[in-house]
Design a protein around this ligand. Structure first.
Ligand SMILES: Nc1ncnc2c1ncn2[C@@H]1O[C@H](COP(=O)(O)OP(=O)(O)OP(=O)(O)O)[C@@H](O)[C@H]1O
Ligand SMILES: [Mg+2]
Length: 252
């Protein structure tokens, strides 16, 4: 496979300013198929904003976002989602008063009509993708519980179940493991590894360096809106200048 064919999503020269603040400043980054790319960087580095620019929550001031060779800049969010780009949110955005099963089912509904494309076969496929996601995330027994009544880790797994059931080919995960206990994050890591083996591509925002080390094929390091480095985990994680920025020891 050539380098170009390998790329699922290409972000080129993307920028977003809020007032005078350069939240994302001329970022160029390729997400390669079938691997895990981790976005790391201090709070406020622009990681979530970069996700928002990819998924259409925000439109870049300039720059390009190309999915499988086609520009997706300025497409509405729902169209970008249907192309196969799924995401989770830092604040989860679950439907609190819906059940676990209903939360997951929402991503498989293609419209509000009783009749949906594909008929009975498509309906059965949607059902089985919900079941598979509940099974993989360990939420089967909680299917009738409301999201608001779940424990913290269960809520995190529910947000993951939603992206799993969507059938998205690229998963953008915004701190999906933050606050998990070590037992849960082992389960979480093996779930991600299995998903990548199954053909999914992942871009994950993560602060916990054990998890970063455990899951990443590539690491992209953002700081103050700029992509400072991108490369192999061992190169990025052993760079003393990046470590100084990450741990807040930046020179004034
Ligand atoms: N909608 C917005 N309006 C104004 N400023 C924003 C908006 N969204 C983000 N920002 C600012 O842009 C900068 C980048 O924010 P962003 O949320 O992308 O950072 P982050 O890297 O995800 O940080 P964290 O690790 O804390 O989640 C921050 O200074 C933030 O306050
Ligand atoms: Mg963020």
């Amino acid at each position: 496979m050539s380098d170009q064919q390998d790329i699922l999503l290409q972000v080129t020269g993307v920028a977003k300013t809020f007032g005078g603040l350069k939240a994302v400043d001329d970022v160029t980054l390729a997400l390669r198929a079938g691997i895990v790319t981790t976005l790391v960087g201090p709070n406020g580095a622009g990681k979530t904003t970069l996700f928002n620019l990819i998924t259409g929550q925000l439109v870049p001031d300039r720059g390009e976002v190309v999915w499988l060779g086609n520009s997706i800049v300025r497409l509405p969010q729902w169209k970008i989602a249907r192309l196969g780009i799924g995401r989770t949110f830092q604040d989860l955005k679950l439907f609190s008063h819906m059940t676990v099963e209903e939360n997951v089912t929402t991503v498989t509904e293609r419209g509000s009509w009783l009749w949906q494309p594909g008929g009975a076969a498509a309906k059965a496929a949607r059902r089985s993708s919900v079941e598979a996601a509940l099974e993989a995330t360990g939420l089967k027994d909680k299917r009738h519980a409301r999201a608001i009544d779940l424990a913290f880790a269960e809520r995190k797994f529910l947000s993951l179940a939603r992206v799993m059931a969507s059938g998205a080919r690229l998963w953008l995960l915004d701190e999906p493991a933050s606050g998990l206990d070590p037992g849960s994050y082992e389960r979480f890591l093996s779930l991600l590894r299995n998903s990548v083996r199954g053909g999914v591509t992942i871009c994950i925002i993560e602060h916990n360096l054990d998890i970063v080390q455990g899951i990443s094929d590539r690491i992209a390091f953002l700081d103050q809106g700029r992509l400072l480095a991108e490369g192999e985990p061992k190169t990025i994680l052993s760079d003393p200048a990046l470590a100084a920025i990450y741990f807040g020891e930046r020179a004034a």
